[in-house]
Ligand binder design. Structure first.
Ligand SMILES: [Zn+2]
Length: 137
């Protein structure tokens, strides 16, 4: 293995994060900074002082940039309660002659008749709470 095959780390004077992914070959006892070498695949890229093409290589060939902090995870589209149709929470009360009100009233009446409880049961707090839970309107 000769020096020509060894990828040397870029000097610390090169601040860009892409230099964690690229290095240089040694040439005649000095780093050849005209050609950046990808540490992952060994591809030689001409370096002219701009890291744009180096980043492009990382994105195209390795699916990431030199920026480790960059998240490639796409934000999951999560549905929150705020997406729920607010109308569901603020439905108007049934009018007394609505079909639903009649059905509920008839059902309550049957309940009272069956258990032979006086009509005052509808004033009972527990009963009212139960009905409110079943049908808030
Ligand atoms: Zn590469």
């Amino acid at each position: 293995m000769s020096d020509a095959d060894t990828i040397y780390n870029a000097p610390s004077s090169l601040k860009s994060k892409v230099w964690k992914k690229f290095g240089f070959y040694m040439k005649n006892g000095a780093l050849d900074k005209t050609v950046a070498i990808c540490k992952q695949c060994g591809t030689a890229l001409k370096y002219t002082g701009s890291t744009t093409n180096l980043n492009t290589h990382l994105v195209r060939r390795h699916g990431k940039t030199g920026d480790e902090e960059a998240s490639t995870v796409s934000k999951a589209s999560t549905k929150t309660w705020q997406d729920t149709d607010i109308q569901d929470f603020f439905q108007p009360k049934f009018s007394h002659n609505s079909a639903r009100a009649k059905v509920v009233t008839a059902s309550i009446t049957r309940f009272i008749v069956k258990v032979l409880r006086p009509y005052s049961v509808v004033q009972n707090e527990g009963f009212r709470d139960m009905i409110k839970t079943l049908e808030p309107r």
